[in-house]
Write a protein that binds this ligand. Structure first.
Ligand code: DGY
Length: 323
């Protein structure tokens, strides 16, 4: 039996690529350049599995233009809003993701952003690197205390819970959250958190609002001009979820007008593009989508994909099938 022919759209951790090369007839992206939509469409017609990442776009149009050979998309990542799931299903293609293994690292990045923006870590670093620090004084670069403040979490899934735990038990914050479904209060209390009925209730209560919901149509521009205006004066926004959850143009206006005090962002609407006006603001901490970027987590994500496609081609149900 010939081995299934698979294609990776980007370079993956070396150890994971080695396992894939042993088990499959694998095409690697040696140059690690993002693939065009046309190239991804061609891969779907010539390979049994395509393994995309968040940096790829798979709209309905990539599934058009000829007979599709691919039977599975083994996504390297938990979020899959870059894939048109309906179009994949319509073409009989299974889709898997990598839940669980990036929970802690993504929650850590949210905490890094919260602390950095509150305590002006980015500004301080830039000042020293510019050799502009004049020395300690009582009024220098004064930030915002986080202990005792309230953080509001939108989306209480794995990452939202891990972030709540860090905020409450790590730095002594009160934690409220909004979640579409009701969470058992005893379960919420394990993370030091309390559910509120609406997004607006969270915005009215929180000194820091942190987004942990999925991207895609249902949450597109969940944070818009009206919702920035509904945040407490002087509050901060943290986004480690997906760029499209925030109306980026409205965020820029809200920051420039002082409607909110600052933002910590790991994700953007049109990555890797980050609006120049955001890049120019001192009260904004900007990271290049680092949520899952640790050696341990990226290896674990890759091995989840290995498990998913191995199960699929052995005729078993892939453990992390989402479609
Ligand atoms: C994910 O897994 O969805 C991340 O955003 C990519 O690291």
């Amino acid at each position: 039996m010939p081995r299934p022919k698979i294609l990776l759209t980007r370079r993956w951790p070396t150890a994971v690529e080695a396992v894939l090369a042993e088990r499959f007839d694998a095409t690697f992206n040696i140059d690690d350049l993002p693939m065009t939509a046309d190239a991804i469409g061609e891969a779907l017609r010539t390979h049994d599995a395509v393994l995309p990442t968040v940096s790829d776009k798979l709209p309905a149009s990539v599934f058009e233009g000829g007979a599709i050979r691919a039977k599975i998309l083994g996504n390297f990542g938990v979020g899959y809003n870059h894939i048109d799931i309906a179009a994949a299903k319509a073409n009989g293609i299974a889709v898997t993701n990598t839940p669980g293994v990036l929970t802690d690292c993504t929650a850590d990045i949210a905490m890094l952003l919260l602390l950095s923006v509150a305590r002006r870590g980015g500004e301080g670093e830039r000042q020293i690197r510019a050799d502009a620090w004049k020395g300690w004084c009582p009024t220098h670069m004064i930030g915002t205390k986080v202990s005792g403040k309230t953080v509001g979490i939108i989306g209480f899934g794995r990452i939202g819970k891990a972030f709540a735990q860090r905020c409450h038990f790590g730095v002594g914050m009160d934690v409220v959250f909004y979640n579409r479904s009701i969470v058992d209060p005893a379960e919420a209390a394990r993370y030091g958190a309390r559910q509120l009925p609406t997004v607006e209730d969270v915005l009215a209560t929180a000194d820091f609002v942190s987004l942990h919901c999925p991207g895609g149509a249902e949450n597109r521009h969940l944070m818009n001009a009206a919702r920035f205006a509904a945040m407490k004066p002087g509050a901060f926004l943290i986004n480690t979820a997906r760029g499209d959850v925030v109306d980026e143009a409205a965020l820029v206006v809200a920051l420039e007008a002082g409607v909110i005090r600052g933002a910590g962002l790991d994700v953007y609407e049109a990555e890797p593009h980050v609006p120049e006006r955001l890049r120019g603001m001192e009260n904004v901490v900007l990271l290049p989508h680092l949520g899952s970027a640790t050696e341990e987590t990226r290896n674990a994500m890759g091995m989840k994909v290995v498990d998913n496609i191995t199960a699929f081609f052995e005729g078993r149900e892939p453990p992390d099938r989402v479609a």
